[in-house]
Design a binder for this molecule. Structure first.
Ligand SMILES: C[S@@+](CC[C@H](N)C(=O)[O-])C[C@H]1O[C@@H](n2cnc3c(N)ncnc32)[C@H](O)[C@@H]1O
Length: 251
């Protein structure tokens, strides 16, 4: 073997050894198995936002949101005593009920399960946005026996003899046409049907000034108007300090 051939053989052996060492080192540093790409952390479920009371686009409180706070807040006597008020209505399955001046549906949603199966609650209000809100919240709560009615200011728009009970809470004093409203309510009631009215008391020296100014009829005026419209006063259950509950029957 001449000298140049043995140099080539030696050089080949050295480079082969170097390659084996490099590959070996690289293999030793690599992970044993191919790691799966890291899974993104599961997103936290979004806080359950009330779908119905969306804030207004400019970030301000919407009309509905502020109405829900006013009508369905613990600061309201009527809200605190809502279960007692529902009891006074003596609802039974199969009854047809109208919540006239339903607002955000506080009572409509409490009445609906009480008259099921077979009964219905008509949520009646002059404000379309309230009726839409009631329909939406009833769908969310799977209350299938609620019918929304947007009415004019002087009528319930209910069919004659279609309901067993009309409920008017914190709304009678809003009636600017009480004679027409009462005629429409009487027409919607079946013979012997009942009318439950919840209204502010108006007593000098006891009732706050804003109520004295805001509320039109006092007890005597309210009873007079309603009895003259063809109703008989049955009783006045004591439920709240500031408001009075009146139970009437259609004559
Ligand atoms: C103070 S809120 C009471 C809402 C509900 N009854 C409650 O107690 O939570 C009065 C409601 O009566 C409605 N209203 C006013 N005048 C009305 C009328 N003539 N017929 C029907 N609803 C009326 C208003 O739009 C409002 O929703």
């Amino acid at each position: 073997m001449n000298r140049s051939l043995s140099k080539h053989i030696l050089w080949g052996l050295v480079s082969g050894l170097a390659m084996v060492v490099t590959v070996g080192l690289a293999w030793a540093q690599a992970p044993a198995t191919k790691e799966a790409p890291a899974k993104p952390a599961p997103a936290k479920p979004a806080a359950a936002k009330p779908k119905a009371a969306k804030p207004a686009k400019d970030g301000k409180e919407s009309d509905i949101e502020s109405a829900v706070k006013r009508f369905e807040g613990e600061g309201r006597d009527i809200f605190q005593k809502r279960c007692e008020i529902v009891e006074v209505c003596q609802l039974k399955p199969g009854m047809m009920v109208a919540d006239v001046g339903a607002g955000t549906g506080l009572f409509t949603r409490l009445f609906a399960p009480k008259v099921a199966p077979g009964g219905k609650v008509y949520a009646v209000d002059i404000e379309k946005k309230y009726i839409q809100y009631i329909e939406q919240t009833c769908r969310q709560q799977k209350l299938a026996n609620v019918v929304g009615v947007v009415c004019p200011a002087d009528s319930t728009k209910l069919a004659p003899k279609s309901v067993d009970l009309v409920f008017i809470c914190d709304t009678y004093h809003h009636f600017n046409h009480p004679e027409k409203n009462l005629a429409s309510i009487r027409e919607a009631l079946r013979p012997g049907g009942r009318l439950v009215v919840v209204e502010f008391r108006k007593e000098k020296g006891v009732t706050p000034d804003w109520v004295m100014k805001h509320v039109r009829p006092d007890r005597e005026m309210l009873i007079k108007e309603i009895t003259q419209a063809g109703f008989k006063l049955v009783d006045e259950p004591q439920v709240m300090k500031m408001q009075q509950v009146y139970r009437f029957e259609r004559k």
